[in-house]
Every structure is written in structure tokens, then in C-alpha cells.
Write a protein of this length. Sequence first.
Length: 133
Amino acid sequence: MTLLSIKTTIRVKNIQVSKSFYTEVLKMEIVEEYGSDSLGCIIRVGGETGNALIELSQIPEDHYYFDEAYQKNVVNDKIDLQIKTDNVDAWVQSLKGIWEARGPVDRPWGSKYLYLRDPDGIQIIIYQEKSSL
């Protein structure tokens, strides 16, 4: 028995704004979209070879699964998405004037971290490991 991949679901306020952030700002690829009783998409992290997925899901107020928390921007660092890159400095340049970010920050263990938040307030960390600096 083997676990093969991971998919993280994020309940978003506005699917169009979130899709734009993840695809245009973070350059991720949509691999599936759906819409009937809810709206959403599945995004692959890491291009064609990536095996991590993020599902963005907007749940309408009249849906049985709806929770008011889905409509709020809550800065909560209880969880964050950490995305590995081979060039943090290139991400700093590509985000300039497009999206607010902090860093890069050199971490005590030698990695570089770039901090930003998605449209719903979730912290995104783009990091480069010490071994690839």
C-alpha cells in the first residue's frame, strides 16, 4: 500500500480571482474544471511532471456544504503552502509589480524563502533549498 500523491483543497471566496492568481501569478496549470452545484478547478503544481495538486473550490451560499468561513479573508498561518523552486530570485523578479511578496529571506538552515499570500489570505512560501543555491 503506497500513497502516490497529494491534493490540497482550498475553499475560495471567488473562483475567478483565485484561478487567476494560481495560473497567472504562480504559473500553475489547470488540469480539470467543474461547475454544477459548486465551481472549481484542479491545478497541477510542478508542470507536466508534477504530482501535487491544488483544488480550488467555491461553494455557493445555498449549497449544503457551505460555511460562512469560506467567504472571509482570514490571515491564518496555521497552514501554508510551501512550493519548491530552483530559483527564488527569478520569482522575486517575476512578481515585481504584479503581487506583493516579502523576501527572499535567508533561513538559518541555508534555504531562501519568499513569502506571499493568495487572494484568500493563505500564506504561500516559494523556497529554494540550500543545495540548489
